[in-house]
Design a protein around this ligand. Structure first.
Ligand SMILES: Nc1nc2c(ncn2[C@@H]2O[C@H](COP(=O)(O)OP(=O)(O)O)[C@@H](O)[C@H]2O)c(=O)[nH]1
Ligand SMILES: [Mg+2]
Length: 237
């Protein structure tokens, strides 16, 4: 299975790529790691294929006299055309560019994901950041799924940074968003619920695992969800 790890800058894509790969290897799977981030300076794992052997954002800046934003756009154009090696493994994990938007909204993401069979994307949210905007995170994950036309699992990362009450609160919200209204019945909450109702009629609800790329908490649940995606009859509720 090809697993793309997506998410906003700093959500933990690279750390999760490395630590989830180690976890899978420990479970007895053959795992390969691909770095698709041409802008990263250091990686917390050893990549089996690294796009930086072809080009880097820094190299493009020098070569073309561009600033960082222009170089990132040029790098995404090149990424869209890069030919990836076929890697023989049970799971190939793809760490994606630090900046999500140009990967998602330009050709690179759609082309690369669309060129591979047996794909699943993990869309990471940073629990230390969007605690008050979980619906916004979920909508963004759906945007990735809609844009890439690939099965996409929303995953909340950095659960180790939450205390027990905060973790419980997030878990309850994920299981039953109506809990939002019990907390405070603002206009925004009512709107959130209406949006959720509409979304649920189009997208089957999915369990959202709370994981930690740092400690490995939640990896068992993440792997179970990947099994369910693989099994077409999988029930994600
Ligand atoms: N505490 C904690 N920190 C994390 C976790 N995942 C990532 N980080 C940290 O968040 C920062 C950004 O992580 P990185 O993997 O580079 O994010 P990326 O930009 O999405 O690839 C780094 O300092 C990581 O060590 C996590 O689960 N828990
Ligand atoms: Mg990264």
């Amino acid at each position: 299975m090809n697993v793309f790890i997506l998410g906003p800058a700093g959500s933990g894509k690279s750390l999760l790529s490395g630590s989830f790969a180690s976890y899978l290897a420990g479970e007895g799977y053959r795992v390969k790691l691909v770095n698709l981030d041409p802008g990263v300076l250091e990686l917390p794992y050893k990549a089996d294929f690294d796009v930086r052997t072809r080009f880097t954002v820094e190299g493009i800046m020098r070569e073309k006299g561009l600033g960082p934003n222009g170089a990132i756009l040029e790098a995404m154009e090149r990424l869209a055309r890069v030919s990836l090696p076929r890697l023989d493994a049970d799971y190939v994990l793809y760490d994606t560019p630090g900046q999500l938007e140009p990967f998602l909204f330009r050709d690179a993401g759609r082309r690369i994901v669309g060129s591979l069979k047996d794909c699943c994307c993990l869309f990471l949210g940073d629990l230390s950041a969007p605690r008050r905007n979980l619906l916004g995170f979920y909508l963004y994950a759906l945007t990735a799924r809609y844009t890439l036309e690939a099965e996409t699992l929303a995953v909340l990362n950095k659960v180790d940074l939450l205390n027990r009450e905060e973790t419980e609160m997030v878990r309850r919200l994920m299981e039953n968003p109506a809990f939002l209204l019990e907390a405070s019945a603002s206009l925004q909450d009512e709107m959130n619920l209406e949006v959720l109702k509409v979304l649920r009629s189009f997208f089957p609800p999915q369990r959202i695992p709370l994981v930690s790329a740092k400690t490995g908490v939640g990896f068992d649940e993440l792997l179970t969800l990947l099994f369910e995606v693989k099994c077409t009859c999988g029930d994600l509720t």
